[in-house]
Design a binder for this molecule. Sequence first.
Ligand SMILES: C[S@@+](CC[C@H](N)C(=O)[O-])C[C@H]1O[C@@H](n2cnc3c(N)ncnc32)[C@H](O)[C@@H]1O
Length: 203
Amino acid sequence: MLTIAGMGPGNLALMTPQALEAVAQADVLVGGKRHLAQFADFCGEVRVLDADIPGLLAWLEQQQQQQRRVVVLASGDPLFYGIGTRLVAHFGIGQLRIIPGISAVQYLCARTGIDMNDIWLTSSHGRVVDFDALARARKVAMVTDAKCGPKAIAEALMARGTEKCWLVIGENLGLDDERIHRLRPAEVQAEYAMNVVVILNER
Ligand SMILES: C[S@@+](CC[C@H](N)C(=O)[O-])C[C@H]1O[C@@H](n2cnc3c(N)ncnc32)[C@H](O)[C@@H]1O
């Protein structure tokens, strides 16, 4: 059985009991180094998740044939810009069990009281961001990458005359060094740790 378990933002207290139970029952645990570090006392086999996704898929197929219980740890929710989408496309949902997790976006909204009604959920990971659409939207939540983070978003918004919006930036959410900022675009700094951004442009 192949299980994809949502980790939530990265703190075990924010993982569901079902996901924790799946890890406890697993023969093999797969995940990024940051996530595997949360299970340092796991006794089974461990495989670090890297950029070689075709290699991972081939290896997972072998594990399936051997009927090993594999759990892939996914950051936040597996199907929100996560590894779950790729695994469903490859194996089909009939071959998988997906255990949802708390997305970093959900967590940031909960911490700041931002309702998620009518929010546009998007990502800058590996894609060209449509800043015009971003500047037109009333409420956007974005998971970011190193190429397009808070500063790039703020500059693009200012260039489109959207100086009056708020950017709510959540860094290292759920972790010991969590920080949350609510800033006008002009106040956004150059560097932030791992983050999500909510843009509030309610006219
Ligand atoms: C590939 S996306 C995965 C999103 C994830 N599936 C989710 O539901 O949150 C990775 C991005 O999620 C965001 N992220 C994940 N964990 C985070 C955390 N603890 N604090 C802030 N941002 C986080 C960052 O934008 C990071 O670059």
